[in-house]
Design a protein around this ligand. Structure first.
Ligand SMILES: Cc1cc2nc3c(=O)[nH]c(=O)nc-3n(C[C@H](O)[C@H](O)[C@H](O)COP(=O)(O)OP(=O)(O)OC[C@H]3O[C@@H](n4cnc5c(N)ncnc54)[C@H](O)[C@@H]3O)c2cc1C
Length: 358
């Protein structure tokens, strides 16, 4: 069992921001490591552009080794598969064990899959991105009709990125398309999807997969052999099994200081955490980074912690697959090539900010 003063688990958006700050400003004292499933962090905002052929894979990744070196943090590449909250111990899939005086969780979420019977449907989840991209490359070699599950921003962006690459594309949404965004955004997205030949089924939750058929309630709604999962974040199962206090969906309940309610020596941020007002989106995770960096620093030095306040509104920019983007802010929506160029500028800026050399 290797011991650390602080262990950062998962190279999510907030931990990237923490490392960037520590590379520039003073880092907390002690032995610190980042545990990451891979050598690089993928930036989800650019994934639709990568699929549409607008970016190369290298444009959408942040190499973790230089960032960690710059922040004087050890990089451990491995897959966490169990946590003991009371012992503050992390077990890795390869058998290694790590423990720490302080832990911070930023492991995102996973994609939900309806129950499946038979082997008639190949199912590909959008996360983890590296597995998804490898699977998509195999599918591309032999294009066939595809159904996408998920009527949120990710599902819409993927559908618009992939519409020209498959013979038929259907998008299934549990409720209305893009619920929670400005109403005008839904209408704009529906227009783009219609023009690109995507069949959209709103209010059509998929209850199960039966061989080569998607079933909603008891009715068959789509027949084919390829299903892409892009529905909302689901908690990774080992969080609820760790002894940490979690909400009913298995996400870690945290206080405004970003500490677990039940185990204050464990912080949790981004999609894996549950805090009233904070949505499951990269934007919120990014905004938690400065508070997390300050609070981890304060925790290791025995100083008082600050509160994080979730922003009430967040700007959404959805890539339309043709270089343009749709914008949603409060009750307003807009779209066009100009917003696409703005999104590209913001996304490339995010990557550039984290490309540090140590
Ligand atoms: C196609 C697509 C497009 C999107 N576009 C946007 C967008 O434009 N704007 C936006 O705000 N949101 C967007 N999202 C949502 C966004 O990706 C997530 O909300 C966001 O990534 C969550 O950030 P996070 O910091 O919680 O964790 P993530 O960014 O998901 O990072 C989690 C990290 O933890 C690692 N990890 C997970 N499990 C383990 C483990 N067991 N052991 C070790 N490491 C582990 C992962 O490898 C990953 O590096 C998009 C999502 C998708 C699928």
């Amino acid at each position: 069992m290797t011991h650390y003063d602080l262990l950062l688990i998962g190279a999510g958006h907030a931990h990237l921001g923490v490392l960037r700050r520590w590379a520039r400003l003073e880092r907390p004292p002690g032995r610190i490591a980042l545990l990451s499933a891979g050598h690089e962090a993928w930036y989800s905002g650019m994934l639709p552009g990568l699929l549409a052929g607008r970016y190369a894979a290298a444009d959408c990744q942040i190499e973790l080794a230089p960032l960690c070196r710059a922040a004087k943090v050890e990089l451990i590449v491995g897959q966490a598969d169990a946590l003991s909250a009371v012992q503050q111990q992390m077990h890795l899939a390869d058998g290694r064990g790590l423990n720490a005086d302080w832990l911070s969780l930023n492991v995102g979420g996973q994609v939900a899959c309806p129950p499946q019977t038979g082997a008639g449907m190949q199912v590909l989840a959008v996360k983890p991105f590296a597995d998804f991209l490898a699977g998509w490359q195999r599918w591309q070699a032999d294009p066939q009709p595809v159904a996408i599950l998920g009527g949120g921003a990710a599902g819409v962006e993927l559908a618009l990125a992939l519409a020209d690459q498959v013979p038929q594309l259907a998008l299934f949404c549990r409720g209305p398309l893009l619920s929670g965004h400005a109403g005008g955004l839904r209408l704009r997205a529906l227009g783009h999807l219609r023009r690109r030949g995507v069949r959209v089924r709103e209010d059509c939750p998929i209850s199960r997969i039966d061989e080569d058929c998607l079933i909603s309630g008891e009715a068959p709604v789509w027949r084919g052999q390829r299903l892409l999962l892009a529905s909302g974040a689901q908690a990774v199962p080992w969080l609820a099994q760790s002894g940490l206090g979690c909400d009913t969906d298995g996400f870690v309940r945290i206080a405004a200081t970003l500490q677990s309610h039940s185990h204050p020596h464990i912080f949790a941020v981004g999609d894996c955490a549950s805090l009233p007002g904070a949505r499951k989106s990269g934007v919120y995770s990014v905004r938690q980074a400065p508070v997390l960096a300050a609070n981890l620093n304060a925790a290791l030095r025995g100083l008082p912690l600050r509160d994080y306040r979730a922003q009430r509104q967040s700007l959404a920019l959805l890539a339309t697959g043709d270089g343009g983007a749709l914008l949603s802010w409060r009750h307003c929506s807009a779209g066009g090539q100009l917003f696409g160029r703005w999104k590209d500028y913001l996304d490339r800026g995010f990557i550039q900010r984290h490309r540090l050399s140590g």
